[in-house]
Ligand binder design. Sequence first.
Ligand SMILES: [Zn+2]
Length: 116
Amino acid sequence: MNNKFTPVSIDVGNSEQTFTIEWADGHKTVLPLFGLRKNCPCVTCRGGHDMMGRYEPQLFLVQPTRIYKIVSAEPVGNHAIRIKWDDGHNAGMYKWELIRHMDESVERIGGGKSEK
Ligand SMILES: [Zn+2]
């Protein structure tokens, strides 16, 4: 298994509005819940099967227009995590690879919370 896509710890910070994953390769991913919810990878949220895998990294950087909270986050097999949100939505299965790619995209377009 690839360490890059293997989580060793997951932390839901509803009060901080962040979702934090530490990976087996030592990298730490911190994503705002708003962007994570808006980039829900399910078919409905993506708007069709041909849009699967697409997401908008900018949504992790915008000022949230509402608070989202995670009710539960459960691993699916060893390749993804299913997140249930406080708005009742729970269809999104976030693959570890997707989360890691989201993180890298956000850093590329100017994220990097530690710099601010
Ligand atoms: Zn969805």
